[in-house]
Design a binder for this molecule. Sequence first.
Ligand SMILES: [Zn+2]
Length: 301
Amino acid sequence: MNLLLELLRTPSPAWSESATRAIIQREVGGDVDAAGNLWVEVGDSRTLFLSHMDAVHNDRPVSALVREDGMIALDPSCGQTALGGDDRCGIRVMVEMIRNRIPGLYLFTTAEEIGCQGMHKAASSVPDCIDQAISFDRRGTGSVITSMMEGPCCSDAFATELCRRLGEGFMPDPTGSVTDSAVLHDRLVNYTNISVGYVHEHSPDEMVDSAFLLNTLIPAVLRVDWESLPSDPKPECDPGYWEPAGLGVPVSGMEDDTVYQIGMFFESRPHRRFSGSEVSEIVEMFAEGWSLSDVLEMYPA
Ligand SMILES: [Zn+2]
């Protein structure tokens, strides 16, 4: 709990992650690359584990309050934009896995929230022996994500077996959107994103379920044998179609960067329901070159 709170109370806007990185390095060491990403290698492994060090923070202090039921919330008077459980929860999980010497290549990235920029710079340094990736960067307490912006990200066999190993409460969930592991879509046999216990992310109402994170998720990930997960490959994707939160978004023929902007938009509005015609309108705006901040302004949270 103390390390989780220390992470939550450290402001970490994109490209200003050094204080967060220093905490992680104090706990588990590791090497920093030119983009500020932190790498830790444990044993020989085919698995890349990912969490991101930036949060949708401003540079004000983060005041986090722990409730009696274990939920951690933002003190609204501190003027911070969000608690930052997204993705301090993922960092907390990976620190514990490294301490327990779970084999894997661990990568703590920079600037995920502004388009997975750290990961894009790290991608060429991921060795060829890596064929599966696990992001710890999903809201809620029960998702193993099976589809992201690029299409299906893991096979049924992989998702079903991983849910079984994680234990009760975990279910395959096809409503993923954007996170670092998707940057490696073309190279990986399977990748996914797992719930780490935050809700209402990217807002002052964000909360972290510390009881789930510390007492359920962390013991579960320490039990899982990641190396022997099924290697049945993810289904061939339809690159022209993507379903954030169950809505079809036709992205055929668009520049990668435009598709990422659309992804970031839906990531930023996780709790708003969009009609089919709104989705078409939004896609149209990005196709016409509107900036992310302008479109966000048109569709407030
Ligand atoms: Zn995140």
